[in-house]
Design a protein around this ligand. Structure first.
Ligand code: CA
Length: 233
């Protein structure tokens, strides 16, 4: 199937190069040169992904993003940012952007991020991918063993992956250390349950690096639960 991508970028050279590269890769690519034009095209077209420059005339990229996210959460948005946009980049991710690339970017890196974002965007993926497990902003692809948290790829060791996979299979369920140990390490593991705590700590560190909103919570005296914080939308 062909994916439709909307490029919202005011610098005509960059927009043109992006459009050509995307078309070369087999995507349908449209360009808008202002935020307003971008929003109009976004509403009229059925896009699978949006590349959004932040420094746009008339309407700032963050305002464009806000308006998109006010109506839906699903279309992946990748920000095109300048090095100096650190604060806006963070704001953008908080507002629901999936990823960003910093200009000047390598086209191959951008294409890889586009592929990852499209793979993980469920409703845009018109065919349901039964290998995709998701909860909140966390997704695991069971075939490729890729892990995405808030749009960022997380690199895990095989054991960390197995542990996160087990937690993700049972979201919002309190799991005891013994349950986790049996399912992830197997019955033939003779060490004590401390190993679970150690690996939970590794996982938290890696997830934290992508987004500091905690998703693995300790249930004192019992075990762990994977769930989104209560104050989250
Ligand atoms: Ca710009």
């Amino acid at each position: 199937m062909e994916y439709k991508i909307l490029v919202i970028e005011d610098e005509e050279n960059i927009a043109r190069v992006l459009q050509l590269e995307l078309q070369y890769e087999g995507y349908i690519a449209d360009v808008a040169h202002t935020g307003t034009e971008g929003l109009i095209k976004y509403r009229e077209g059925d896009y699978d992904l949006i590349l959004l420059d932040l420094m746009l005339p008339e309407m700032h990229g963050l305002d464009v993003l806000k308006r998109i996210r006010a109506t839906e959460q699903f279309t992946p948005v990748i920000l095109l940012t300048a090095k100096s946009d650190v604060e806006d980049k963070v704001k953008g991710l908080d507002l629901g952007a999936n990823d960003y690339v910093t200009k000047p970017f390598e086209i191959d890196e951008l294409l890889a991020r586009i592929r990852a974002a499209l793979r993980f965007s469920k409703p845009a993926n018109k065919e349901k991918d039964e290998h995709l497990l998701s909860y909140g902003n966390l997704s695991i692809h069971e075939q490729t063993r890729e892990v995405l948290y808030f749009g960022t790829a997380i690199d895990l060791t095989p054991r960390e992956y197995d542990l996160l996979h087990y937690l993700l299979k049972h979201p919002k369920q309190v799991l005891t250390r013994e349950q986790i140990l049996e399912s992830v390490w197997g019955f033939d593991y003779y060490g004590d349950t401390n190993v679970v705590d150690v690996y939970i700590r590794y996982l938290r560190q890696k997830l934290d690096a992508a987004n500091s909103k905690p998703i693995i919570h300790t249930v004192r005296g019992v075990g762990y639960v994977l769930k989104e914080s209560a104050n989250e939308a």
